[in-house]
Design a protein around this ligand. Structure first.
Ligand code: SF4
Length: 362
């Protein structure tokens, strides 16, 4: 089966591995760009959130590249994510594209749709092959995110702008091509050495540290946030991530399977500001902003798509968190009209403010 799927940062690397590993043919859509968004927006309701439009654009581009089926996650309220897959299926059919739709529902809802999903995707695969594919895909996800964090910490110190990004891209390609765990381990060793060499170019300088919180898609997908991590790194800021696909899987899939809850810890951090989940990552945004502030970060940036209900709730709470903790927090709303230049200007102004506060306090 030729299967396509939406982009989410570098998640295409482990996803491609997984689909390939279980004997299907992955169709990776082109990297997100203006035409992805234009294509998706043409079919989407006007006021739907930005991730919906980009994801629909990925599906269209994947189908154009020959995919027969689309892989998507499902879910259930309270935010719209749970209905994305169903709505996108209808929109694709209305556009005359009769492709298979593989919707992965939450594991707690192991019934009809999920079972048929598992049968169709993994049914023909022998168990040993399935385990190996999952092991390699998971290892690739871990290495990809580790490499990205290395780039976040070296970028503010690099003497020549763009070096960390270049090194990162080189090793992401190597991870994509790796076919064994041994090769992945070798990639880690070589990449660590190369990043270490960059960091020595401007060693010993202190830099600002700013945390990123918000809705997972717009935090993790560089096209949606107009390359915020790179812009901040180029301004001499080390970005601290609080959200990633691996972490999302650990919290939402593995902890659930083990009957553990990640929500209690978040509630503890958010106490006095927000008492429970409001859908999406609203509670995470509040809890993690407080945590970052208490751990002494210089500032926090909260990224949200326009009209994202859970994050709008967090946006209303964060100014109080900022006053109470004395940590500057900026909410950055993104939609299809956001320009890279406009976002870069806001980031420069914010970094300037954070810098002045930082040096006034030392
Ligand atoms: S969290 Fe926000 S952006 Fe994401 S699906 Fe829900 S409403 Fe849309």
């Amino acid at each position: 089966m030729r299967i396509t799927f939406p982009h989410l940062g570098s998640a295409y690397i482990p996803l491609e591995e997984m689909i390939n590993g279980v004997g299907h043919d992955p169709v990776v859509p082109p990297p997100n760009n203006k035409s992805t968004l234009e294509l998706g927006s043409r079919l989407s309701p006007e006021d739907v959130c930005l991730p919906f439009k980009i994801i629909l654009g990925n599906m269209l581009q994947g189908i154009e590249a020959g995919a027969e089926s689309v892989l998507m996650i499902g879910g259930c309220g309270p935010c719209r994510l749970g209905y994305y897959g169903e709505a996108q299926k209808v929109l694709l059919r209305k556009a005359g594209l009769d492709v298979g739709f593989l919707s992965l529902e939450p594991l707690g809802k192991l019934e009809g749709g999920t079972i048929s999903f598992l049968r169709r995707v993994f049914g023909p695969t022998n168990p040993a092959r399935l385990v190996n594919a999952a092991r390699l895909a998971w290892a690739k996800l871990a290495v990809v995110e580790w490499l990205e964090v290395l780039a976040l910490s070296t970028r503010p110190m690099e003497a020549t702008k763009g070096t960390s990004t270049q090194v990162l891209n080189q090793w992401l390609n190597a991870v994509r091509a790796a076919q064994t765990m041994g090769r992945l381990r070798e990639v880690c060793r070589l990449a660590a050495d190369q990043f270490e060499a960059i960091s020595k170019e401007k060693d010993g300088e202190t830099h600002l540290r700013i945390g990123l919180v918000g809705e997972i898609y717009t935090v993790v997908e560089p096209f949606a946030n107009r390359n915020i991590e790179e812009h901040l790194g180029n301004l001499g800021v080390e970005v601290v991530r609080t959200i990633s696909l691996k972490r999302w899987m650990e919290d939402h899939v593995f902890k659930r399977l083990l009957g553990l809850s990640y929500v209690k810890e978040l509630q503890k951090w958010a106490e006095g500001y927000l008492s429970g989940s409001v859908g999406g990552h609203g509670l995470e945004s509040v809890a993690r902003s407080i945590r970052l502030a208490r751990f002494g970060l210089d500032g926090v940036i909260h990224i949200l798509p326009l009209a994202c209900m859970p994050e709008v709730i967090a946006q209303g709470i964060l100014p109080k968190v900022s006053v109470d903790t004395g940590t500057p927090i900026m909410s950055l709303v993104v939609d299809e009209h956001s320009s890279e230049v406009g976002i870069a200007t806001r980031l420069e102004a914010f970094v300037d403010l954070v810098e002045r506060r930082h040096y006034a306090s030392v």
